[in-house]
Ligand binder design. Sequence first.
Ligand code: C2E
Ligand code: CA
Ligand code: CA
Length: 782
Amino acid sequence: MGWLIPCAEKGVLMKPVKPADSSTSPASIAAKVPAAPRKKRKAAELMADESVILKALDATTDSIYLVDRASMRIVYVNETACRLHNMTRADLIAQGPSGLLAMPTTEIEKILDTIIASGTPSEPVEITRVRKDGQVGCYELRRQPVFAAGRWLIISVVRDITEAKQAQNRIVHLNRVYAMRSGISALIVRVRTREELFDAACRIAGTEGSFPMTWIAMRDPATSKLAPVASYGVPDDMLAGLARRFASNDTQQSGPQPGQTMAERAVLGKKAILNNDLASDPSIIYATRHLQLGVRAIAMLPLIVDDEAVGVLAFYSTQVNFFRGEELKLLLDLTLDIAFAVDHIDQQNRLAYLAHYDVLTGLANRTLFLDRVTQYVHSATLGGHRLVVYVVDVERFKNINDSLGQDAGDRLLEQIGQWITHTVGQNNLVARVGTNHFAIVRPVVRGTDDLQTLLEAQLENFARHPFRLNDEVYRISIKAGAAIFPSDGGDANALYKSAETALKKAKLRGEPYLFYTTSMSTRTSGMVSLESELRQSLDQQEFVLHYQPKINLESGKMTGAEALLRWNKPNVGLIAPGHFIPTLEETGLIHDVGQWALSQALSDYLRWKAAKLPVVRIAVNVSQLQLRQRGFIDVIGRVVSSDSAAANGLEIEITESVLMADVKHSIACLQAIRDLGVTIAIDDFGTGFSSLSYLARLPLDTLKVDRAFVVDMVSGAQGLAVVSTIVELALALKLKVVAEGVETEEQARLLRLLGCHEMQGFLVSKALPSDAFEARYLPQFA
Ligand code: C2E
Ligand code: CA
Ligand code: CA
């Protein structure tokens, strides 16, 4: 068998010349082949046919090149090589090794000589080259020396391993992404904060996932703008640039419009935005910079929590087309894991926060407050000092909430929380412990501390503080109950309870504050018996009505009377309504007692009328619970149906705040009552935070100025101005105006000057039992 010797000049093959000195050359081996059997000989003949060999060489998928070492010329290339280089065989051959490899001939000579010297095939080497489609191909190059026709030839075989290499790379990458995902899964279990989660996730993506760059940006729910929160491998200036870009609204800048970067589109559309070949899209921010850094593909994956895109994860890969198939699926799963972790952390935080803080004021709640007091009690025990716990009640909070709306109520509570915190100086000593209740602890009380004077001063300061709600200034008052360790309780719970008891007492007694005393708890349990006593008192006819006259300020004539309830308790005597009405309301007994008061007042009226006494309309106080009761109009209807003249004898007094609580209901209800011929007075006016527009819509007859304003009236110009305004308002609304609690001539004189119609108060008379009232007032007008 002959060896094919390429003829470079002609581009055709020549017969080989046997080398003289080599017994290892393929030609010599072929020559030594012993005489073959018939079949084998036929095959050998076939092989001797050059065209068969050439076809076989062209059929292989490897590119084959033959270089003559002596002349340093390419003497043969196969078809596959031509395709690889996209050249004709002649052109390819004409390039020569130096042109083909883009290397100086002397260097190639050195390489070839080394191979010839070794006499064996070279180790395969991997080379890359840009293919005609622009993609980078990966190739394996093997070289083998051959001595033929008296010269050294080098056979180079180049195999395209691009796909195999890519597959291998993908497996490596996939494994990395797997490793990264399991790293992040492990992390999710232990992280406690978002920051920790994001930092670690980016770091793991970089180290385990081999992503050269990763970052996470979160959306500000208020502005909807993204802001980077964690990153790995991203140069600082790029990160800063990114942050600026997300924050900017500048439509003039280069690249995508505001809100249109890949990351923002991912968040907006709640779907992954990919660029698998950066070189193809120069509009991307930092495209050139990324390419310089070796980045070839980018994925922006939205973080979706509760169906809302709360942020975005950015992955940068060095491989074109990296983000697809299995890798992409894994990364999307990973994003779900992180979103889950974010939600989990948020929930934990929310729960921890809710468990210990009041959301509205940001102050500690009762649980946390008691925890803190427990610690202070411990220190006080060790230090041998006292400590004090205060529980504070915001008075008439419900009225404010009802009349100004819950928002205003919330703002007020916030402001009160701030005022208390500011006064105390430390927010960890203050808590909001109920709707309108705050608690304060003073951890160290020294022997010389005068707690009472201090508390009084603070309550006064509070009462003077202007609280702003809906652009109006309001003065609010608070009541306080105080308990001291160790005398009033040995632990946090006991102390707190004692302070609460003291507060309840203060409210009951109308005191601005009370310090706990042991007798309070016994009297508190006494309240239970109060309830059972009250239940019997109605049947046993222990309730009585006293009447207080209302006088016309001009004429001095009596124009009406107010019925005021008293409890004539056996062995005790008369008890004022302030002591039992709250309990009647709490127990629902107010409905029966209230109904009794209405019928009793009317039966007194009708009795006086029947006796031809100069009767006046009697005003009966109605509790908020009665007004809200569905059958209340029927109750009034029944009591006035007893006599055709009955309705003329009845007025009902309803506290301002009660009417404002549900204006719509109040209007309908008051109208129905008025339709029965009964008149209506708004009681305690000035304390209920009425809105003027509501007031004008209410069907009213009389406005009663609260006693507090009458008291303030003589103390200065401001007090006088307040009453003057109220009177003017009543006149404008065509209401009769009555001043309550008038005790002095001076007050009466001023009220007269202001144009107030009527007055009621100790100046004229206290409330009197019906017989005394009858004897003293009714004959005068006979
Ligand atoms: P109110 O409706 O504002 O009644 C006026 C209160 O002021 C009465 O207290 C009256 O005795 C007192 N008073 C009158 N003139 C003067 C004065 O010149 N100086 C001072 N310091 N006080 C004066 P009372 O009788 O203790 O009633 C307290 C509250 O109990 C009443 O306030 C009313 O809200 C409620 N009340 C009284 N009777 C009833 C009733 O039958 N039903 C309901 N639901 N509540 C009632
Ligand atoms: Ca009243
Ligand atoms: Ca009143």
